[in-house]
Design a protein around this ligand. Structure first.
Ligand SMILES: Nc1ncnc2c1ncn2[C@@H]1O[C@H](COP(=O)(O)OP(=O)(O)OP(=O)(O)O)[C@@H](O)[C@H]1O
Ligand SMILES: [Mg+2]
Length: 210
């Protein structure tokens, strides 16, 4: 499966979720490639910060040719995760054309949800000739034990794109683990962040096989 994490809005958790989903998939024995499609190279930085051997392969491809190269790049891998860039529309479009599934991380605030407008439009455009494309919102940086506000629920409901039921909570371990080039499960194997990522990965696989 080829999963693209996209949102033109910056800082929503594309890289954080990309590396942790890739780690979670590789943890269950799958061969995983992470494509860093962001000129900022954050996933490459994550990999470079790591002292231990790599959990999965990471390559940088910040060019709008991902969809043309994906076939060659993905051969030999069970799953490919594409960490998308903020802003650059051409790159997002290429990632959408390459992917089977798009995940749109959003923080649970109406402003952040409205800011997903651009990527939602790109997905709708692509669907015209790519009917099988799957796409979902993923709530990231949810505040523990609080329901998502009614205004956010309404903002999400305005889109035709469904929301995955597994949300990721705001937790310091995401930043701490990233600084060491690690996945959250490597810091706290049974911790709540690792459990959330595992549930998210399971839901992604379930939706793909549905
Ligand atoms: N669930 C979370 N809990 C706590 N911090 C988080 C969480 N998700 C992301 N962050 C932090 O938020 C910041 C932005 O996250 P990240 O870099 O993953 O976003 P991004 O969408 O990839 O940003 P960009 O658009 O610049 O590529 C980082 O410092 C990251 O550690
Ligand atoms: Mg990023």
């Amino acid at each position: 499966m080829i999963i693209g994490l996209l949102n033109q809005k910056g800082g929503v958790g594309k890289t954080t979720l990309s590396v942790n989903i890739a780690a979670s998939l590789s943890r269950s024995g799958e061969r995983v490639l992470l494509i860093d499609a962001d000129p900022q190279g954050s996933s490459l930085d994550w990999a470079a910060a790591r002292k231990e051997s790599q959990l999965f392969s990471v390559v940088g491809l910040p060019r709008p040719t991902i969809h043309k190269e994906i076939k060659q790049l993905s051969s030999g891998y069970d799953h490919v995760v594409i960490d998308g860039p903020p802003r650059v529309t051409e790159l997002a479009r290429s990632a959408i054309m390459a992917a089977d599934m798009i995940l749109i991380p959003v923080q649970p605030s109406p402003y952040d949800i409205w800011a997903a407008d651009e990527v939602v439009k790109l997905i709708e455009d692509a669907r015209v000739f790519k009917e099988t494309l799957l796409s979902y919102f993923v709530i990231n940086r949810k505040i523990t034990n609080t329901a998502i506000g009614r205004d956010s629920v309404e903002a999400l409901a305005a889109y035709s794109i469904p929301v995955l039921s597994s949300a990721v909570v705001q937790r310091i371990i995401f930043a701490e683990s990233a600084a060491q080039g690690k996945a959250v499960y490597e810091i706290d194997e049974e911790g709540p962040a690792a459990v959330e990522i595992e549930l998210l990965k399971d839901e992604i696989l379930k939706e793909f096989l549905r």
